[in-house]
Design a protein around this ligand. Structure first.
Ligand code: IFM
Length: 497
């Protein structure tokens, strides 16, 4: 069972009695209907696979995040993060796992980069840990933290990898949580200071930046329903956190731009196509609200300086702590948008008297299901990329796409990890991406999540998303069959390899 979705579904309790949007697994839901003579749901034809072509300068890449791979949680003057604090509380993470050691990539990054090089990679998405740079979240800069990332970036460049740096992938300094965390509006200025510090230190070598990773996920799961750090619940907290993050995105953008004119600045958004369950006016409007809150709640704010229409009954400005002039602060003329695509939803109207998103979002189980219960739906890649391209005409990078399967090394051949389902997943999603590009979408790169099995947040080490198997007792890395396949694809620019 996908615990994240399950818990979102049971969020009514977590929200202290208040109702909120309902995200559900739809094990019984078959949508759209399919019958005899139709291709297996969600699959992509061999003809499409063969037809897929990618430009020569396409950025073939993989992605990771600091807390999920680095370990070394107290090394070299690093401060405590909300994930250190949260994972150290028994019961928060499956199996009592923590990111204290994770993949040990803080020390083993040369080995990880060598794997990427072996797999003909051209881009690597990684994140900087804010508490390594500013242990208390404000003020004093920890030079050792900056030196570390400087070495990492040099190693990436030496391996001919484009470093794509994410400034915030969820590990807020605990000292800032002690001041109220993201619902505290002051954080938008603190974050911009941090963004400036990192851009000054790395901006001579890094030119592609993601300000945030999945702002909806970390504000909703962390402050709305409490299954991620810092584990808080409540509608007001979520709305306020989201608003501060929107302000921070604009303020950080300006701080970074002032340091580097050549920086290409975007954000990695979690996005999911949401089709209405029927063509009734109510379901169609509900699907629009789903798109507003789930996909573009942090994008329209940047591009237009205003919130999208996410709630029946209007935008709850008061609850958000919105002040006059905030529209201008939120604005950020992003150079590109990052799409993290994992699955689709089917949306129907649901009256939610206390709030106003008023939809049910169901993840169908029509396609194959991965180890964490997510439906495999390659067509969703085409749908979301095309939708975003047509709406915004901004260059796109796929900043994440991937799947959890538990395959491990063969007992009689420990250097081999057959994971055919993951290869099929990537083949079909990439074919759908190529089709979107053929139909006009300007997509510059693709980052598989992830190069390594790693710490999957509340799921600990139980979910393996990597193209490289990690033995978490020894930290031995073994490239899975899917990784070798992806290496051939990256070298050839084709999927029929
Ligand atoms: O592991 C996460 C990542 O940190 C953010 N996007 C989704 C991935 C898989 O759940």
């Amino acid at each position: 069972m996908d615990r994240r979705r399950f818990l979102i579904n049971s969020s009514l309790a977590a929200m202290g009695g208040m109702t909120f949007s309902r995200y559900m697994l739809g094990a019984q839901m078959h949508w759209p209907p399919h019958g005899p003579g139709m291709p297996p749901p969600g699959s992509v034809s061999e003809a499409e696979i063969k037809a897929a072509r990618f430009p020569k300068d396409f950025y073939w890449g993989t992605a990771t995040a600091a807390y999920q791979v680095e370990g070394a949680w107290t090394a070299d003057g690093k401060g405590e993060s909300i994930w250190d604090r949260f994972s150290h509380v028994v019961g928060n993470i499956k199996g009592g796992d923590t990111g204290d050691v994770a993949c040990d990539s803080y020390y083993r990054y040369p080995e990880d980069i060598a794997i990427m090089q072996q797999l003909h990679q051209k881009s690597v998405r990684f994140s900087v840990s804010w508490p390594r740079i500013q242990p208390m979240g404000t003020g004093n800069v920890n030079q050792k933290g900056l030196d570390h990332y400087s070495k990492v970036v040099d190693a990436m460049l030496k391996a001919n990898l484009r470093p794509m740096c994410t400034l915030y992938h969820w590990d807020l300094p605990q000292a800032l949580q002690d001041k109220g965390g993201w619902p505290n509006r002051d954080l938008y200025k603190y974050f911009a200071d941090y963004a400036e510090i990192v851009t000054k230190a790395l901006g001579d070598r890094v030119d592609t930046w993601a300000i945030f990773n999945e702002p909806w996920v970390f504000t909703f799961l962390g402050y709305g329903i409490g299954i991620h750090a810092p584990g808080l619940t409540g509608i007001d907290g979520f709305l306020k956190a989201a608003h501060t993050v929107n302000l921070a995105q604009g303020e950080a953008y300006r701080a970074m731009r002032a340091v580097s004119a050549k920086a290409k600045i975007g954000t990695a958004f979690s996005m999911s196509p949401g089709a209405p369950a029927t063509d009734s006016t109510e379901d169609v409007a509900a699907a629009r609200r789903f798109n507003a809150v789930n996909n573009v709640y942090f994008l329209d704010t940047a591009l237009y300086g205003r919130y999208p229409d996410a709630f029946e009954g209007g935008i709850p400005y008061k609850k958000m702590g919105f002040r006059e002039g905030d529209g201008e602060i939120m604005k950020a003329k992003l150079d590109w948008m990052g799409i993290n695509y994992y699955n689709r939803h089917i949306i129907s109207y649901a009256k939610d008297a206390e709030y106003g998103e008023n939809f049910n979002a169901v993840m169908p189980h029509q396609g194959p299901i991965t180890y964490n219960g997510w439906e495999v739906w390659p067509r969703g890649m085409y749908d979301i990329v095309t939708q975003m391209w047509k709406t915004y005409k901004l260059p796109i990078e796929i900043t994440e796409n991937g799947c959890a399967y538990s395959d491990g090394p063969l007992s009689d051949d420990p250097d081999k990890v057959p994971d055919a389902r993951r290869t099929t997943f990537y083949r079909e999603h990439l074919a759908e991406l190529a089709r979107a590009m053929r139909d006009g979408a300007d997509v510059r790169g693709y980052h598989a999540w992830s190069i390594l099995d790693n710490f999957e947040w509340a799921e600990g080490y139980s979910q393996r998303f990597g193209m490289t198997y990690i033995d978490f007792r020894t930290e031995k890395r073994t490239i899975k069959d899917s990784g070798h396949w992806y290496g051939r694809v990256s070298a050839a620019g084709r999927l029929d390899v």
